[in-house]
Design a protein around this ligand. Structure first.
Ligand code: ATP
Ligand code: MG
Length: 233
């Protein structure tokens, strides 16, 4: 098994005829309706679209958090849509970094402990976790805030902890869901620059859901999710 501390290679993402619906009392709600996507290894794609268009659903499927009803999701040559059990857990643990729309930090843990926990899940050896969490937090400019709990951090700082945590397993694919959604202009600029430097320095393939023009402007491809499919933005 590849150790979490070794650099990985970026991987390509190919999605074909992806379909997903949710069951609702009013019948099936079709969210993704034959969606295709091609991201080359090391590519940077920004996805926009109206609220409810299915952007978070798409990221959840790419990240192996949700299983699509039909279609292929090939990440680094592996069809994620067909993974089950241990293989799916291994994919989530070792290939993907996820920055959630609402941070998803644990309020009872400090910034450092939040990142250390992700290091543990990524199977970084115990004696290296603390140092690695410190390095990751320093990389996002939070070396002075490692002991703060999420409630003792600003929104932009929380988002940077979330990004540090997503990088704990040195992911080949980084998925970020509106990472600047609740941030002011300065913090937005900082998070955008951070994602760009991660993309450049870590050989990550990056898919970012965002409505922010400045963040989208840094992507190499800009797409919009409309009527269950991706179109040029
Ligand atoms: N578990 C669920 N059960 C039923 N419907 C759901 C479920 N999750 C999401 N939906 C519906 O699916 C649609 C797509 O949701 P999704 O969260 O992917 O949208 P989004 O594009 O990320 O929106 P936003 O920009 O508001 O975050 C929405 O209309 C939502 O109400
Ligand atoms: Mg969403």
């Amino acid at each position: 098994m590849l150790e979490a501390s070794q650099p990985r290679e970026a991987v390509a993402i190919t999605v074909r005829a992806l379909r997903h619906h949710y069951r609702t009392p009013a019948g099936p709600l079709v969210v993704l309706d034959g969606l295709d996507l091609d991201v080359p290894a090391g590519g940077y794609v920004a996805v926009s679209g109206q609220s409810g268009a299915g952007k978070s659903t798409l990221l959840s499927i790419l990240g192996g958090l949700e299983r699509p009803k039909a279609g292929d999701v090939i990440v680094g040559g592996v069809n994620v849509a067909g993974l089950k059990g241990d293989e799916l857990a291994a994919y989530r643990r070792s290939t993907v970094g996820f920055v959630f729309q609402h941070f998803g930090l644990l309020d009872t843990l400090s910034a450092r402990e939040n990142v250390e926990l992700a290091c543990a899940l990524a199977r970084v050896p115990r004696q290296r976790r603390r140092a690695r969490a410190g390095d990751l937090l320093a990389a996002v400019g939070l070396q002075e805030r490692t002991a703060h709990r999420p409630t003792q951090l600003s929104g932009g700082e929380r988002q940077r902890v979330a990004i540090a945590r997503a990088m704990a397993n040195r992911p080949s694919v980084l998925l970020a869901d509106e990472p600047t959604g609740n941030l002011d202009e300065d913090s937005t600029e900082r998070v955008a620059a951070l994602l760009e430097s991660i993309h450049r320095d870590h050989a990550c393939t990056l898919v970012v859901v965002t409505h922010n023009r400045r963040l989208a402007a840094r992507a190499s491809v800009r797409l919009a999710l409309r009527d269950g499919k991706l179109v040029a933005a």
